[in-house]
Design a protein around this ligand. Sequence first.
Ligand code: SAH
Ligand code: DHB
Ligand code: MG
Length: 223
Amino acid sequence: MASAEQGWSEVDAYLAGELVEEDAALVAARDRGRQRGLPPIEVTATQGAFLALLAQVSGARRVLEIGTLAGYSTIWLARAVGGAGHVTTVELDPRHAEVARENVDRAGVGPLVRIEVGRALDVVARLADRGAEPYDLVFVDADKANMPAYLELALRVTRPGSVIVGDNVVRRGAVVDPEDDDPDVVGVREFLHALGSDPRLTATALQTVGAKGWDGFAIARVT
Ligand code: SAH
Ligand code: DHB
Ligand code: MG
């Protein structure tokens, strides 16, 4: 194996091949994002399947996603909640939202997905003010500098037992580099600190390696 990273990718492909059904609609969703010039930063197939399993084992019906991109993770989550469920996903960039709309429709989950275009800080605050039915699972995967604020908002739109997942919390180890004061890294550190110290939450984080390199997920349960 030429390098550790190559090994991570090969094993990811092996695990995906053995365990994960990434069908034509998911492949097409990723490809369409590339064709339209969206950044290649969606979750991997094994990670998408992991999110879907989290939604299913927690019995989630209503999912809130912060950061849609081309809708790849949205499709995984919408399929996981199924016909009785719903995904609201928030995206700042209207071009991303347009590609995502096409992707979720083509994947057959269009009726289960509402795409809210705008700054997630505003959109989720509005959802909270409206006092809608709580979400069972929140996937936080947008601008990392705002992760602490997204956590506060997530707590306003969830209930005891809800699950909050944060993506990209390891960032190739940058999270422990004392020299790194990138706002995204600082946001992730504050997010993790809040997850660990807020009595409303029970949390952990897991490092991941794979086709997207070295990163990690944080997972919390609202108490
Ligand atoms: N969850 C997706 C990947 C999301 S990438 C998947 O795994 O398939 C992050 C997305 O967050 C990008 O599309 C970016 O445009 C969006 N974003 C960035 N800042 C945002 C903000 N302030 N509000 C809402 N979306 C934002
Ligand atoms: C980036 C963002 C993501 O959500 C991700 O999963 C990977 C990378 C980024 O902004 O580079
Ligand atoms: Mg991410």
